[in-house]
Design a protein around this ligand. Structure first.
Ligand SMILES: NC(=O)c1ccc[n+]([C@@H]2O[C@H](COP(=O)([O-])OP(=O)(O)OC[C@H]3O[C@@H](n4cnc5c(N)ncnc54)[C@H](O)[C@@H]3O)[C@@H](O)[C@H]2O)c1
Length: 707
């Protein structure tokens, strides 16, 4: 019998079961067909076991063993029982693998996550390649799910409860060497030797646990220790997720209640929990984000007819906060960047910034000392334009001033090649206007990174009327290559993210002037799931920077983008936020929060106003939804998912809500419109004036995700 997705071959009494067979995609997943085939193969192994010395599970792919269950398949499950049933069927197959009487060896090279890791856990032996491509993990929690194919049952048995909880609750990946250290993999080999070594494990007895490991497992294995471990894990989850995420808590419930259960009873509660979570709103929203991210891996811009330039060597102009961060990114990606500033002090600052980022990787052991030194040394600091003719991508990050930027570009263009891409990291200036300084504007675009560069995953690629599709495509692919998420945005005040952030920050000032306290305001936004309330965020950005950007947006967008005078009053007092150790809150000399700014009350009205949490949330989020609808109507971005991707990765809009516009669709656009109308008459007719685009959607009974 031959199979379409999985190869099956018996050689010298060894059965070889290979994933990624006949598959032209880089990642192999467990879809409906491969699950059917796997079931048949496992049954066949049971029948033929007396003639076999053992079975080896392996992959035909270069960098993937098995990337888990097909998320489209998970997404197609519409009811709780259908999803629970689906999980149960997977569990049964893996149980049958576990129950094989012959030796079973998983020889893992490449990505082996989710259902992949659950499959290898049902094998008696796991060996792994020591290649960088090899990674194990149970990332289901990131999709709002519990591993449903027996992962929560088998992982603790294999590596002990504390380590298993760490993997399952965070969804983190581990490489081959770490998997061996954890006891997940029995041995690691160079990938060339992996399959050669696999049969030797048919007769090898398991390594004895070291005394230290035995003691560790013994300590974690009694009822009381387990209770304490679960209690600590629950506290940890609650402090990290603030209780917003259901999946990790559900996982803990299943694992703790299952401590004394046998396999079938345990697995039945795991599959039930999978069913419940799978059809819940949170998991749907998190899967929606997964699909958006996958979609964003394909260049969505205008078709490029010519070939796009390869961007190998980089340069940064301006070695400040952003320039230093961008130079780090380039160096980390092997682009040996040139970093130019006007003065040596700037260069020192830029180098400090990049070395701080590298040091963090070193500390987290994501980099060796050698790599650290090599990468840091690959940044060339200079005050002139030497070597600019070798540069493929230049990113300008000098002071935010149109005249200076135009002058810098006109001058730089003389020193670079005709095919060098020139970009600006401006956060608020018109890219269209800036392009006028260049002789060849088609190779120019905005490339807006967020601060801090090493943490923030989003990059806005800003277009203008003369940019070529080849330039856009090359920039898009480069941003993906450096592992950031690109969004293409048409030029306009505040581009995408800062423009929608504007009402969040502006309304804060108005609410404070009305008498709402800083605490009530920030708490209401935190309780919605935002990573920071608007007052804390303004402190981070810098109150003076906020005031400057607010002016630009007011000028560009009119009265709906009006800001209160509150921030200006703070600037007058030199309360600039974290940078001056005092803003809405106080900070110590290391920038750590050090309590409230009690003197803020001197700028506040005497009266205080108690406003409900929902009211505060409506006041800040409604105008954001409205602004996003105007952005769509102006074609600044062309679809709702780009807005949502931008806000989730640009300002940390709560992922469990699926994005701002997904949230709005869920609430009902008719209700959003009614609420905007109410606030337009009760609070301010400009700031809450519903857009025609939103009214049209409501009239045509459409959602943002249906346009
Ligand atoms: N800081 C942020 O949070 C942030 C976020 C996104 C984008 N941006 C944008 O990035 C750019 C830089 O911001 P920053 O915060 O890093 O500024 P910064 O003040 O920290 O650094 C600017 C650097 O540019 C140098 N410089 C000035 N003129 C120059 C020239 N002609 N040639 C070479 N170097 C020159 C200065 O000496 C200074 O070292 C601005 O356009 C800003 O709007 C900033």
């Amino acid at each position: 019998m031959s199979y379409k997705r999985i190869s099956y071959e018996v050689k010298d009494k060894t059965a070889w079961v290979g994933f990624g067979f006949n598959c032209n995609k880089s990642m192999t997943v467990l879809d409906e067909q491969s699950l059917i085939e796997l079931r048949e193969i496992v049954e066949r192994l049971h029948v033929e076991s007396s003639k076999l010395e053992g079975v080896i599970f392996h992959s035909h792919k270069d960098r993937c063993f098995l990337a888990g269950a097909d998320i489209n398949l998970i997404d197609s499950m519409k009811t709780e029982s259908e999803a629970a049933d689906g999980a149960e069927q997977g569990q049964q197959i893996f149980n049958r693998i576990e129950d094989l009487s012959i030796p079973t060896v998983a020889a893992v090279h490449g990505v082996c996550v989710g259902g992949g890791t659950e499959l290898v856990l049902s094998c008696k032996t796991i060996i792994a390649s020591d290649d960088d491509a090899t990674a194990f993990g149970l990332p289901e929690v990131k999709l709002g799910l519990i591993p449903g194919f027996g992962g929560t049952y088998r992982m603790p048995k294999r590596i002990g409860l504390p380590a298993a909880l760490d993997l399952i609750l965070t969804g983190k990946m581990v490489k081959g060497y770490k998997a061996k250290k954890l006891g997940l993999a029995d041995e690691t080999y160079p990938k060339e030797n992996l399959l050669k070594m696999a049969p030797s494990f048919f007769t090898k007895s398991k390594k004895k646990e070291s005394l230290k490991d035995q003691l560790g497992h013994f300590a974690a294995d009694n009822f009381l220790s387990k209770k304490i471990i679960f209690q600590k894990a629950r506290e940890n989850v609650l402090s990290k997720t603030k209780g917003f995420y259901q999946a990790p808590l559900k996982i803990l419930d299943v694992m703790e209640a299952g401590m004394m259960k046998g396999r079938s009873s345990y697995l039945s509660s795991e599959s039930q929990a999978f069913g419940e979570l799978c059809v819940g709103e949170q998991s749907k929203n998190l899967r929606h984000i997964f699909f958006m991210v996958e979609e964003a891996k394909k260049y969505p811009g205008p078709e490029a007819s010519g070939s796009s330039p390869k961007l190998k060597r980089g340069a940064v102009l301006g070695a400040g906060t952003m320039g230093g961060g961008i130079a780090w990114l380039m160096a980390d990606n092997g682009m040996a960047p040139l970093m130019k500033d006007l003065n040596p002090d700037g260069l020192v600052l830029g180098l400090k910034q990049s070395s701080k980022n590298f040091a963090e990787s070193l500390k987290r052991r994501k980099m060796t000392q050698d790599e650290f030194e090599r990468k840091q040394r690959s940044i060339t600091c200079q005050l002139d334009n030497e070597g600019f003719d070798k540069v493929d991508l230049l990113i300008e990050a000098v002071v935010e001033n149109m005249d200076i930027k135009k002058k810098v570009f006109a001058d730089t263009e003389k020193y670079v090649r005709a095919d060098t891409l020139l970009t600006s990291n401006t956060s608020s200036l018109s890219v269209e206007e800036m392009s006028k300084a260049l002789e060849k504007p088609e190779r120019f675009a905005g490339l807006h990174f967020f601060n801090p560069v090493h943490r923030m995953p989003l990059v806005e690629i800003i277009t203008h009327s003369k940019v070529s599709p080849e330039t856009l495509k090359a920039l898009y692919e480069w941003v993906l290559k450096v592992k950031k998420t690109p969004v293409i945005v048409k030029d306009g005040p505040g581009f995408l993210v800062n423009r929608i952030l504007m009402p969040y920050l502006n309304e804060a000032g108005f609410l404070l002037e009305e008498g709402v306290s800083v605490k009530d305001l920030d708490d209401a936004c935190l309780n919605f799931g935002m990573p920071m309330g608007p007052c804390r965020l303004l402190d981070e950005i810098g109150i003076d920077v906020g005031v400057k950007v607010a002016h630009i947006l007011h000028e560009g967008l009119g009265d709906r983008a009006m800001a209160s005078n509150f921030s200006q009053k703070m600037v007058d007092k030199k309360w600039l936020g974290k940078i001056s150790n005092i803003g809405f809150y106080k900070y110590d000399e290391k920038g750590k929060p050090a309590g409230d700014n009690e003197e803020l009350s001197s700028l506040l009205p005497g009266k205080s106003k108690k406003m409900s949490e929902t009211d505060i949330q409506m006041r800040v989020f409604l105008p954001m939804i409205n602004e996003a609808s105007i952005i769509l109507s102006e074609g600044i971005v062309d679809r709702a998912s780009t807005v949502d991707l931008g806000l989730i990765f640009g300002i940390g809009f709560p992922p469990f809500r699926g994005g701002l516009l997904k949230y709005a669709d869920g609430e009902g656009l008719d209700r959003i419109l009614d609420a905007l109308d109410k606030y337009a008459s009760d609070v301010n007719e400009h700031r809450y004036k519903a857009s025609d685009f939103l009214k049209d959607l409501v009239q045509n009974k459409k959602k943002f995700y249906e346009i």
